[in-house]
Design a protein around this ligand. Structure first.
Ligand code: ZN
Length: 140
């Protein structure tokens, strides 16, 4: 019989294109669920952060900053900043390109990530934040 289990956790970030490995926290929720086969959806509930899957090593942690700047340059003329007296249009735009969630198959109690794949949180905002991530496990 199929079940659903959801839990959230929080991550303190520095913002400014920070990439953080959240695989361990996701695995802890999967373990707590007792579900062994199904799908694991991880979702970040903020519009200036994103989730993806990546190798996680110091080179890529630096390179994401250059790549983010190419995706949406920080110092450009954005309607979001003008209309809302805000400074983070580039943060929103970087996040929406990458997206707020990842889904990973769960097989025999294990996430089917490749050897070098980690679930990574990207925080593009302009200042430190506390981010809420949801994990929902569906299966049996
Ligand atoms: Zn904004």
């Amino acid at each position: 019989m199929s079940r659903a289990f959801a839990r959230r956790f929080e991550v303190a970030t520095t913002g400014r294109d920070q990439m953080l490995d959240v695989t361990r926290q996701v695995r802890e929720v999967v373990q707590a669920s007792g579900i062994r086969d199904g799908l694991v959806c991880v979702f970040v509930a903020h519009s200036t952060a994103a989730l993806s899957v990546s190798e996680y090593e110091p080179g890529l942690v630096q390179d994401i900053r250059i790549t983010a700047e190419r995706l949406a340059a920080e110092h450009a003329d954005y309607a979001h900043n003008r209309l809302n007296a805000d400074d983070n249009a580039h943060s929103h735009l970087r996040s929406l390109v990458i997206g707020p969630s990842v889904t990973v198959p769960l097989v025999d109690g294990a996430l089917t990530l490749g050897t070098w794949q980690r679930i990574v949180l990207l925080d593009f905002d302009t200042h430190p934040r506390t981010r809420t991530l949801w994990v929902q496990v569906l299966g049996e």
